[in-house]
Design a protein around this ligand. Structure first.
Ligand code: SF4
Length: 755
């Protein structure tokens, strides 16, 4: 099942030479992130120093990980590439398609029935092409990866934004779209703009109610959802070494919420303990042998301001437990100020649900600390005021937590134990009464809290916090409850106080599991067949997108001018739509339905310029497509932030949108647009956003001379007969321009395989 120790040893065997070469070209001591990046150059030893934030560099990742929702499209694309087997070790994890409702057993059975076609497809494609397959119920991708595959100093890509979680075990692990995963599995290099580096020096030590989650909640409050864009965050210092490996994972996990390319920590004893505890003593031994390469050079940490582009210092001893939210993960409120903030802002104080789980906080340590609060509540005669749900991170965690009585403690507090899967974190939650859209508050230990994310109700105020705080606040039923200072009244009318949580970094009796839920691929998959029914509404084999017609683009209609935040959830909503992830035409019916129309502040309500009527975005776009008319989508800042789903790029491409023009892009989404042969453009002057009018017809000029660094021109033909000409920029390099011309990167890969 597990990790490929020979592959890891090969990576480590190259480290001496590659890092020496990197040190020579960079000509100064190296950060850990630089060491890992330079050790994974596609071209081998470094021959030049790359400019951070500028140079596009080809890398050779060691692994690919995919979750079931994104794997469908990644593998449908891979099937088009014409290879007999994947080129690098790869895994598929079935975690996103399991709805939480009644409890683990019933929910898993229901999901297996409802999504059997998809699970069978993923299982058979994995079997055929040499991919490890983790069945539904085996666990959440990033917890399973941390337990089985992540290794210090490695590089991994994954078709999920929270792939970055593996930074907790010293990897450079980056969330990508399925198109990137397809490239790497097809044996091609993976391109990334060489990241900038943000150093976070951790001093002091956590204590009491403060958890690793509070570190990243604080960092998110400092950097905001955009602050990490284009950067790797490297944590170091005595405080970093004092954190557990899974705690480091939590911190790296939510690096996605600040837009960071990834986050990582240097190899230390906590990682060694974790490797040994999860059955990978040989990886720990191999890592120990190259230890000096698995952290930054000592000069870097001695004078970090000289080596990082930005430096943040956090004293763990001074941190407070905190909650971030609602509706955005960077709105930081220490628990001592929460009551006042909630009252001031009209956030409902009554808490309806406390949810523990997600890839961010579902480790054994997380469950044990939260269980210690639950246990106290029971012992002190408290009854939980809110409902309580738990999603363990993996079958290994669940089995071990069950053996050690942790799950029983939660159940004694009337908690529902859901499947080892994403569940409410991705909107796969059949929450009773959510359709009434009542204003309410929930607290959870997840990473994201955008509107509608957990239960589809836009009026659910979701707050992100640590598992132990979720437990305490759910028990109190009050968002303003501060367990550090406040008391609660128990069933006997007595005032009781919760003591700070306690827990085990790793299970004292070791991890155990009966059936981890893994399927190894066939040694020779050539005779394995992969079935996709032509009448399926869940899966659809892909047709190549058409190549660029070789001319400038004229007469494009404005489809929507999106106002404010437009995440990939707004562009390609999750929740009930997840089931169509493998069927491009069907899922395209959710295209941009969450985006707010600038001209009327409504969602999924845009003017169809052909009829003059207002209608849903997908229907309007299908009308343009049927009439052979291209269109353009306009957006605001950080357009496409959120997840790595390439559907957000493929759907507009499939329905005939020709360009997306925004004030700024989130990195993964911009790359995804490029991969699909779409034009991703940014305003040269952001104020030109105001010049876009509802009835505009738009020309894009300069494509016949499309070149790196050379702006294009847009001509806006307004309904009153006037026009504006505006300059737009792009970040396409020479190779990406070829993708555009060919109609998508996959068209080039297939041609190369055939040739
Ligand atoms: Fe699953 Fe939520 Fe983690 Fe995404 S963030 S992998 S949906 S648990």
């Amino acid at each position: 099942m597990a990790f490929d120790i020979e592959m890891i040893k090969k990576v480590y065997s190259q480290y001496d030479e590659r890092i020496a070469a990197a040190r020579q070209v960079v000509n100064k001591p190296l950060t850990l992130a630089e060491k890992i990046l330079y050790a994974h150059l596609w071209a081998g030893n470094a021959t030049e120093a790359y400019e951070r934030g500028t140079s596009y560099v080809d890398f050779a990742p060691d692994r690919v990980a995919m979750q079931d929702a994104t794997a469908q499209m990644a593998l449908l694309q891979f099937m088009q590439a014409g290879r007999p087997k994947v080129a690098v070790p790869s895994t598929v994890h079935c975690d996103h398609l399991i709805q939480a409702r009644d409890g683990a057993e019933q929910d898993l059975t229901r999901a297996k029935n409802e999504s059997s076609e998809v699970f069978n497809f993923l299982s058979s494609v994995s079997n055929k092409y040499g991919i490890g397959f983790w069945k539904p119920g085996a666990g959440i991708i990033h917890q399973v990866v941390l337990e089985n595959y992540a290794f210090p100093g490695g590089m991994m890509i994954g078709t999920d934004s929270h792939t970055v979680n593996a930074g907790g075990l010293g990897m450079v692990a980056i969330g990508v779209g399925g198109a990137d995963a397809c490239d790497v599995m097809a044996g091609l290099p993976w391109e990334l703009k060489f990241p900038k580096l943000i150093g976070v020096k951790l001093t002091g030590k956590l204590s009491g109610w403060v958890a690793p989650k509070d570190v990243i909640l604080k960092v998110a409050g400092i950097l905001t959802v955009k602050g990490g864009t284009g950067a790797i965050v490297e944590y170091f210092g005595e405080g970093a070494e004092s954190l557990s490996c899974t705690g480091k994972g939590t911190i790296c996990n939510m690096g996605a919420e600040i837009g960071a390319t990834t986050s990582t920590f240097g190899y230390d004893e906590s990682m060694e303990r974790y490797l040994r505890s999860t059955g990978r003593a040989d990886v720990a031994d191999a890592a120990n042998a190259v230890k000096q390469h698995l952290t930054a050079d000592p000069e870097v940490y001695a004078n970090p301001e000289q080596y990082f582009d930005q430096l943040i210092e956090i004293d763990l001893s001074a941190l407070e437990p905190s909650l971030n939210g609602p509706f955005t993960p960077d709105l930081y409120t220490p628990v001592s100020r929460m009551r006042e903030e909630a009252e001031k802002n009209g956030w409902p104080l009554k808490v309806e649900w406390g949810l523990i789980g997600s890839c961010t906080n579902s480790s054994y340590e997380d469950l044990s600390r939260a269980a210690s609060i639950a246990k106290q509540a029971i012992d002190k005669g408290l009854v939980t005021k809110a409902e309580f749900g738990i999603n363990p991170g993996s079958e290994q965690v669940r089995y071990t937590a069950d053996r050690d009585g942790l799950l029983k403690t939660f159940e004694d507090l009337n908690a529902t134990i859901f499947t080892n899967a994403c569940g409410p974190c991705i909107g796969m939650w059949d929450r009773a009464g959510a359709d009434k859209q009542e204003k309410n508050t929930i607290v959870h230990s997840f990473n994201r809290n955008f509107a509608k994310r957990a239960d589809g109700n836009p009026n659910t105020y979701a707050f992100v916090t640590s598992p132990e705080m979720v437990a305490a606040i759910a028990i109190s039923g009050n968002l303003g409850f501060n367990p550090v200072t406040d008391t609660l009244i128990n069933k006997n009318g007595e005032q009781v106080k919760l003591d700070p949580p306690t827990g085990d970094e790793l299970p004292s009796k070791g991890f155990d599991v009966k059936d981890p839920g893994y399927q190894a691929p066939a040694v020779d998959g050539s005779s394995v067949t992969v079935d996709v029914s032509p009448t399926s509404d869940r899966l659809q084999l892909l047709e190549p997108f058409p190549a660029w017609e070789g001319t400038d683009l004229f007469g494009l209609k404005l489809l929507i001018k999106a106002k404010g935040k437009c995440t990939t959830d707004h562009i390609s909503m999750a929740g009930p739509w997840l089931k169509y992830r493998g069927h491009l035409d069907n899922i395209s019916n959710n295209m941009l339905i969450g985006a707010v129309n600038f001209f009327n502040d409504k969602t999924d309500f845009v003017k169809n310029q052909l009829t003059g009527e207002y209608a849903a975005v997908p229907a309007t776009q299908r009308d343009y497509k049927a009439s052979g008319i291209g269109s353009i989508v306009v957006g605001d800042e950080n357009y496409g932030e959120g997840s790595s789903r390439e559907h957000a790029a493929m759907e507009p491409r499939h329905l005939g949108v020709r360009a997306v023009l925004v004030k700024s892009f989130a990195r993964i989404h911009e790359t995804n647009l490029k991969k699909q042969g779409m034009l991703g453009l940014t305003f040269d002057n952001k104020d030109d956003y105001d010049k876009i009018q509802e009835n505009d017809t738009i020309d894009i000029l300069g494509l016949t001379e499309f070149a790196p660094g050379k702006p294009l021109t847009l001509v806006l033909h307004h309904a009153d007969g006037t026009q504006d000409s505006i300059l737009v920029n792009h970040t396409y390099n020479a190779q990406q321009i070829e993708w555009f011309k060919a109609g998508g990167a996959l068209n080039i890969i297939r041609a190369k395989q055939a040739g």
